[in-house]
Design a protein around this ligand. Structure first.
Ligand SMILES: Nc1ncnc2c1ncn2[C@@H]1O[C@H](COP(=O)(O)OP(=O)(O)O)[C@@H](O)[C@H]1O
Ligand SMILES: CC(=O)N[C@@H](CCC(=O)OP(=O)(O)O)C(=O)O
Length: 261
Protein backbone atom coordinates (compact mmCIF):
# COMPACT_ATOMS: atom_id res chain seq x y z
CA UNK A 1 0.00 0.00 0.00
CA UNK A 2 1.26 3.51 -0.75
CA UNK A 3 2.67 5.41 2.25
CA UNK A 4 0.72 8.10 4.06
CA UNK A 5 2.62 11.38 4.21
CA UNK A 6 1.43 13.44 7.17
CA UNK A 7 2.49 17.05 7.62
CA UNK A 8 2.02 18.79 10.96
CA UNK A 9 2.20 22.53 11.50
CA UNK A 10 4.49 23.90 14.15
CA UNK A 11 1.74 24.86 16.59
CA UNK A 12 1.41 21.13 17.40
CA UNK A 13 4.81 21.35 19.10
CA UNK A 14 3.28 23.70 21.66
CA UNK A 15 0.59 21.17 22.62
CA UNK A 16 2.22 18.01 23.98
CA UNK A 17 -1.14 16.28 24.60
CA UNK A 18 -2.14 16.78 20.94
CA UNK A 19 1.30 15.59 19.77
CA UNK A 20 1.01 12.47 21.99
CA UNK A 21 -2.45 11.77 20.60
CA UNK A 22 -1.31 12.15 16.97
CA UNK A 23 1.74 9.89 17.39
CA UNK A 24 -0.44 7.24 19.06
CA UNK A 25 -2.77 7.45 16.03
CA UNK A 26 0.24 7.09 13.72
CA UNK A 27 1.46 4.07 15.71
CA UNK A 28 -1.90 2.34 15.10
CA UNK A 29 -1.93 3.18 11.37
CA UNK A 30 1.66 1.93 10.92
CA UNK A 31 0.43 -1.64 11.49
CA UNK A 32 -1.37 -1.35 8.12
CA UNK A 33 0.54 1.25 6.10
CA UNK A 34 3.93 2.96 6.13
CA UNK A 35 3.87 6.58 7.33
CA UNK A 36 6.22 9.54 6.77
CA UNK A 37 5.93 12.56 9.08
CA UNK A 38 6.93 16.00 7.76
CA UNK A 39 6.84 18.94 10.14
CA UNK A 40 6.97 22.72 10.32
CA UNK A 41 7.83 24.78 13.36
CA UNK A 42 6.92 28.38 12.51
CA UNK A 43 5.86 29.33 16.08
CA UNK A 44 9.08 27.79 17.49
CA UNK A 45 11.16 29.83 15.04
CA UNK A 46 9.34 32.98 16.11
CA UNK A 47 9.85 32.32 19.84
CA UNK A 48 13.56 31.66 19.32
CA UNK A 49 14.08 34.75 17.14
CA UNK A 50 12.27 36.95 19.68
CA UNK A 51 14.39 35.59 22.54
CA UNK A 52 17.50 36.48 20.49
CA UNK A 53 16.14 40.00 19.90
CA UNK A 54 15.79 39.34 16.14
CA UNK A 55 12.76 40.31 14.08
CA UNK A 56 11.32 38.11 11.39
CA UNK A 57 8.69 38.87 8.77
CA UNK A 58 6.72 36.96 6.13
CA UNK A 59 5.88 37.78 2.51
CA UNK A 60 3.00 35.79 0.93
CA UNK A 61 3.06 33.38 3.91
CA UNK A 62 6.80 32.67 3.47
CA UNK A 63 9.38 33.69 6.07
CA UNK A 64 11.96 36.20 4.84
CA UNK A 65 15.21 34.46 5.81
CA UNK A 66 18.53 36.34 5.69
CA UNK A 67 21.39 33.78 5.44
CA UNK A 68 22.65 34.92 8.86
CA UNK A 69 19.34 33.76 10.40
CA UNK A 70 19.76 30.21 9.04
CA UNK A 71 21.75 28.86 12.03
CA UNK A 72 18.81 29.73 14.32
CA UNK A 73 16.09 28.57 11.92
CA UNK A 74 17.99 25.36 11.25
CA UNK A 75 18.45 24.86 15.01
CA UNK A 76 14.74 25.39 15.68
CA UNK A 77 13.42 23.20 12.83
CA UNK A 78 16.03 20.46 12.15
CA UNK A 79 17.09 20.50 15.82
CA UNK A 80 14.48 21.28 18.45
CA UNK A 81 11.26 20.62 16.52
CA UNK A 82 12.59 17.46 14.87
CA UNK A 83 13.98 15.91 18.04
CA UNK A 84 10.87 16.80 20.10
CA UNK A 85 8.69 14.95 17.57
CA UNK A 86 11.14 12.01 17.44
CA UNK A 87 11.03 11.78 21.25
CA UNK A 88 7.21 11.86 21.18
CA UNK A 89 7.26 9.06 18.58
CA UNK A 90 9.51 6.93 20.81
CA UNK A 91 7.10 7.52 23.70
CA UNK A 92 4.26 6.21 21.46
CA UNK A 93 6.20 3.00 20.73
CA UNK A 94 7.44 4.03 17.27
CA UNK A 95 11.10 3.97 16.15
CA UNK A 96 11.68 7.34 14.47
CA UNK A 97 14.53 8.48 12.22
CA UNK A 98 14.94 12.26 12.22
CA UNK A 99 15.91 13.74 8.85
CA UNK A 100 15.85 16.97 6.84
CA UNK A 101 15.09 17.39 3.13
CA UNK A 102 18.76 17.24 2.15
CA UNK A 103 19.49 13.90 3.84
CA UNK A 104 20.03 11.05 1.38
CA UNK A 105 19.73 13.73 -1.35
CA UNK A 106 15.96 13.22 -1.01
CA UNK A 107 15.09 16.73 -2.21
CA UNK A 108 17.04 19.33 -4.16
CA UNK A 109 16.22 22.98 -3.47
CA UNK A 110 16.83 26.17 -5.44
CA UNK A 111 16.70 29.65 -3.98
CA UNK A 112 13.55 31.61 -4.83
CA UNK A 113 13.61 35.38 -5.40
CA UNK A 114 16.25 37.42 -3.50
CA UNK A 115 13.52 39.27 -1.60
CA UNK A 116 12.95 36.12 0.48
CA UNK A 117 16.66 35.51 1.24
CA UNK A 118 17.58 31.87 1.91
CA UNK A 119 14.15 30.46 0.99
CA UNK A 120 13.94 27.73 -1.60
CA UNK A 121 11.71 25.77 -3.93
CA UNK A 122 12.00 22.00 -3.38
CA UNK A 123 12.14 19.32 -6.11
CA UNK A 124 11.91 15.56 -5.43
CA UNK A 125 15.25 13.89 -6.10
CA UNK A 126 16.13 10.48 -4.62
CA UNK A 127 13.70 8.11 -2.87
CA UNK A 128 16.28 5.46 -1.95
CA UNK A 129 16.79 6.43 1.69
CA UNK A 130 13.06 6.87 2.39
CA UNK A 131 12.13 3.58 0.73
CA UNK A 132 14.71 1.64 2.70
CA UNK A 133 13.61 3.23 6.01
CA UNK A 134 9.95 2.48 5.25
CA UNK A 135 10.79 -1.12 4.32
CA UNK A 136 12.31 -1.48 7.81
CA UNK A 137 9.20 -0.05 9.58
CA UNK A 138 10.93 3.14 10.74
CA UNK A 139 9.00 6.40 10.94
CA UNK A 140 10.94 9.04 8.96
CA UNK A 141 10.41 12.43 10.68
CA UNK A 142 11.45 15.15 8.22
CA UNK A 143 12.10 18.84 8.85
CA UNK A 144 11.81 21.39 6.05
CA UNK A 145 15.48 22.44 6.01
CA UNK A 146 16.99 21.88 2.57
CA UNK A 147 20.12 22.69 0.63
CA UNK A 148 20.91 23.91 -2.87
CA UNK A 149 23.21 21.83 -5.10
CA UNK A 150 25.86 24.47 -4.25
CA UNK A 151 25.55 23.70 -0.53
CA UNK A 152 23.56 26.78 0.58
CA UNK A 153 21.19 25.92 3.43
CA UNK A 154 17.64 26.94 2.56
CA UNK A 155 14.46 27.38 4.59
CA UNK A 156 11.53 25.63 2.87
CA UNK A 157 7.88 26.09 3.76
CA UNK A 158 6.84 22.80 5.36
CA UNK A 159 3.65 22.38 3.27
CA UNK A 160 5.78 22.59 0.12
CA UNK A 161 8.27 20.17 1.70
CA UNK A 162 5.46 17.68 2.40
CA UNK A 163 4.26 17.93 -1.21
CA UNK A 164 7.63 16.87 -2.64
CA UNK A 165 8.00 14.08 -0.08
CA UNK A 166 4.56 12.78 -1.15
CA UNK A 167 5.73 12.98 -4.79
CA UNK A 168 8.90 11.08 -3.89
CA UNK A 169 7.02 8.07 -2.49
CA UNK A 170 3.77 8.46 -4.47
CA UNK A 171 2.09 8.87 -1.08
CA UNK A 172 -1.33 9.94 0.17
CA UNK A 173 -0.87 13.48 1.54
CA UNK A 174 -2.59 14.76 4.68
CA UNK A 175 -1.84 18.30 5.86
CA UNK A 176 -2.74 18.69 9.55
CA UNK A 177 -3.10 22.14 11.09
CA UNK A 178 -4.70 24.04 13.95
CA UNK A 179 -7.98 24.48 12.00
CA UNK A 180 -10.61 21.90 10.95
CA UNK A 181 -9.75 22.45 7.30
CA UNK A 182 -10.36 25.27 4.85
CA UNK A 183 -13.10 27.55 6.24
CA UNK A 184 -15.47 29.78 4.29
CA UNK A 185 -16.17 33.47 5.02
CA UNK A 186 -18.56 32.40 7.83
CA UNK A 187 -15.88 30.12 9.33
CA UNK A 188 -17.74 26.99 8.24
CA UNK A 189 -15.77 23.95 7.07
CA UNK A 190 -15.59 23.41 3.30
CA UNK A 191 -15.49 19.64 2.79
CA UNK A 192 -14.33 19.56 -0.85
CA UNK A 193 -12.54 22.06 -3.07
CA UNK A 194 -11.12 22.06 -6.59
CA UNK A 195 -8.80 24.58 -8.27
CA UNK A 196 -11.67 26.82 -9.44
CA UNK A 197 -13.25 27.02 -5.97
CA UNK A 198 -9.85 27.71 -4.36
CA UNK A 199 -9.08 30.51 -6.85
CA UNK A 200 -12.39 32.19 -6.02
CA UNK A 201 -11.81 31.95 -2.25
CA UNK A 202 -8.35 33.50 -2.72
CA UNK A 203 -9.70 36.34 -4.90
CA UNK A 204 -12.45 36.97 -2.31
CA UNK A 205 -9.82 37.21 0.45
CA UNK A 206 -11.19 34.18 2.35
CA UNK A 207 -8.06 32.02 1.92
CA UNK A 208 -5.08 34.01 3.21
CA UNK A 209 -1.46 33.79 4.41
CA UNK A 210 -0.39 30.33 5.59
CA UNK A 211 -3.61 28.75 4.27
CA UNK A 212 -2.89 30.17 0.78
CA UNK A 213 0.54 28.47 0.81
CA UNK A 214 -1.16 25.29 2.07
CA UNK A 215 -3.91 25.20 -0.60
CA UNK A 216 -1.32 25.96 -3.33
CA UNK A 217 0.84 23.07 -2.08
CA UNK A 218 -2.21 20.77 -1.79
CA UNK A 219 -3.36 21.62 -5.32
CA UNK A 220 0.11 20.97 -6.74
CA UNK A 221 0.29 17.64 -4.89
CA UNK A 222 -3.25 16.58 -5.90
CA UNK A 223 -2.55 17.31 -9.59
CA UNK A 224 0.90 15.75 -9.71
CA UNK A 225 -0.15 12.63 -7.77
CA UNK A 226 -3.57 12.38 -9.43
CA UNK A 227 -5.31 11.86 -6.07
CA UNK A 228 -7.02 14.04 -3.47
CA UNK A 229 -5.08 15.73 -0.67
CA UNK A 230 -6.67 16.33 2.73
CA UNK A 231 -6.33 19.44 4.92
CA UNK A 232 -7.61 18.65 8.42
CA UNK A 233 -7.10 19.24 12.13
CA UNK A 234 -4.49 17.30 14.08
CA UNK A 235 -7.12 16.76 16.75
CA UNK A 236 -9.25 14.66 14.33
CA UNK A 237 -8.63 10.91 14.39
CA UNK A 238 -6.42 9.72 11.53
CA UNK A 239 -8.74 6.79 10.98
CA UNK A 240 -11.69 9.19 10.50
CA UNK A 241 -9.63 11.32 8.11
CA UNK A 242 -8.74 8.26 6.03
CA UNK A 243 -12.15 6.56 6.11
CA UNK A 244 -14.76 9.31 6.63
CA UNK A 245 -12.78 12.05 4.84
CA UNK A 246 -12.94 14.45 7.80
CA UNK A 247 -11.58 17.92 6.89
CA UNK A 248 -11.27 19.45 3.40
CA UNK A 249 -10.49 17.26 0.37
CA UNK A 250 -8.61 19.07 -2.36
CA UNK A 251 -9.41 17.25 -5.59
CA UNK A 252 -7.13 17.03 -8.66
CA UNK A 253 -8.01 18.62 -11.99
CA UNK A 254 -9.64 15.97 -14.20
CA UNK A 255 -7.25 14.76 -16.90
CA UNK A 256 -8.57 15.67 -20.37
CA UNK A 257 -8.70 12.95 -23.06
CA UNK A 258 -5.31 12.60 -24.77
CA UNK A 259 -3.55 14.69 -22.09
CA UNK A 260 -0.57 13.20 -20.25
CA UNK A 261 -0.41 13.54 -16.40
N1 LIG B 1 -9.94 30.21 4.72
C1 LIG B 1 -9.18 29.81 5.75
N2 LIG B 1 -9.51 28.68 6.44
C2 LIG B 1 -8.78 28.26 7.49
N3 LIG B 1 -7.68 28.91 7.95
C3 LIG B 1 -7.28 30.04 7.30
C4 LIG B 1 -8.00 30.52 6.17
N4 LIG B 1 -7.37 31.65 5.73
C5 LIG B 1 -6.32 31.84 6.53
N5 LIG B 1 -6.24 30.89 7.49
C6 LIG B 1 -5.21 30.84 8.52
O1 LIG B 1 -4.28 29.84 8.13
C7 LIG B 1 -3.79 29.23 9.33
C8 LIG B 1 -3.15 27.88 8.94
O2 LIG B 1 -1.97 28.15 8.23
P1 LIG B 1 -0.57 28.09 8.99
O3 LIG B 1 -0.59 28.99 10.20
O4 LIG B 1 0.52 28.30 8.03
O5 LIG B 1 -0.63 26.60 9.52
P2 LIG B 1 0.46 25.50 9.76
O6 LIG B 1 1.48 26.09 10.69
O7 LIG B 1 -0.34 24.39 10.36
O8 LIG B 1 1.04 25.15 8.41
C9 LIG B 1 -5.02 29.12 10.21
O9 LIG B 1 -4.68 28.99 11.58
C10 LIG B 1 -5.73 30.45 9.91
O10 LIG B 1 -5.30 31.45 10.80
C1 LIG C 1 10.04 29.67 4.10
C2 LIG C 1 9.18 29.42 5.30
O1 LIG C 1 8.15 30.07 5.46
N1 LIG C 1 9.60 28.50 6.17
C3 LIG C 1 8.89 28.12 7.35
C4 LIG C 1 9.28 26.70 7.71
C5 LIG C 1 8.49 26.13 8.84
C6 LIG C 1 7.01 26.00 8.52
O2 LIG C 1 6.55 26.01 7.40
O3 LIG C 1 6.28 25.85 9.66
P1 LIG C 1 4.69 25.75 9.78
O4 LIG C 1 4.24 24.55 9.05
O5 LIG C 1 4.51 25.65 11.25
O6 LIG C 1 4.10 27.03 9.21
C7 LIG C 1 9.20 29.07 8.53
O7 LIG C 1 10.32 29.55 8.65
O8 LIG C 1 8.28 29.30 9.33
Amino acid sequence: MSPIVIKVGGALLEDQAAADNLLQNIQAIMHQRPVVLVHGGGPLVETLMASLGLTSSKIDGLRVTPDEHMPYICGALAGSANKTLCATALKAGITPVGLSLLDGNMVNCTAMHDKYGAVGTPVAQDANLLNSLLAQQFLPVISSIGSSAQGRLLNINADQAATVIAQLVNGELILLSNVKGVLDASKQLLTQLDATAIDKLVVDGVILDGMKVKTDAAMLAANSLGKPVTIASWSASLEDILQQHTGTRITPQPVKAGEKQ
